[in-house]
Unconditional design. Structure first.
Length: 177
């Protein structure tokens, strides 16, 4: 490890898609992200079909979350994720919260709290998103939101029942390995 390379940290990343072959896009996104030797997959949650949030006039998403160990600093990880999204067909611009071929978001980067023009950590809307919280809870329900001081299971339980429908799927990435 060089002096400029940060020590490894864990990060949770939300993965989703609602355009094209959603499963392929998500699986290839995860594989491409983790093909870089500075990002190692530690766990992946099951997939969920999820109702769109905020901009609702669009197809349902396929979502999951992954936990990775990374030697990339947060902004470098963000740049790497944006390059993966672009390589898999995501185009800049478009409708905020709208349709996309692949969406990768850093939800947590260790217990880091960061606010910059390019990145806010933890993700600023994670506590309002069942499609983010449920997959993270599937991996580790005891992860504590460093700014709010409560675990993700508590945050999930605070979302009103019936809000943001999500349905478990039996999809997996084995055919894309």
């Amino acid at each position: 490890m060089t002096n400029t390379e940060p020590k490894p940290s864990w990060a949770f990343i939300s993965v989703g898609a609602n355009l094209g072959d959603r499963l392929r896009n998500c699986c290839l996104g995860i594989a491409t992200l983790c093909a870089d030797d500075r990002v190692r997959l530690a766990a992946r949650a099951p997939f969920y079909e999820t109702e769109p949030v905020d901009y609702t006039d669009q197809d349902w998403f396929l979502n999951t979350a992954i936990k990775v160990w990374t030697r990339l600093a947060p902004l470098d990880l963000l740049s790497h994720m944006q390059a993966v999204q672009a390589a898999l067909g995501r185009q800049a611009g478009g409708i905020r919260f709208g349709p996309r071929t692949l969406d990768l978001d850093i939800i947590f980067y260790g217990d880091l709290i960061l606010k910059s023009e390019r990145l806010i950590l933890p993700h600023p809307r994670l506590h309002k998103r069942r499609f983010v919280l449920q997959p993270i809870c599937d991996i580790d329900p005891t992860v504590v939101h460093p700014a709010l001081g409560v675990d993700v299971k508590t945050l999930l339980n605070q979302i009103p029942e019936g809000d943001q429908t999500i349905q478990p799927c039996s999809f997996d990435c084995s055919s894309f390995s």
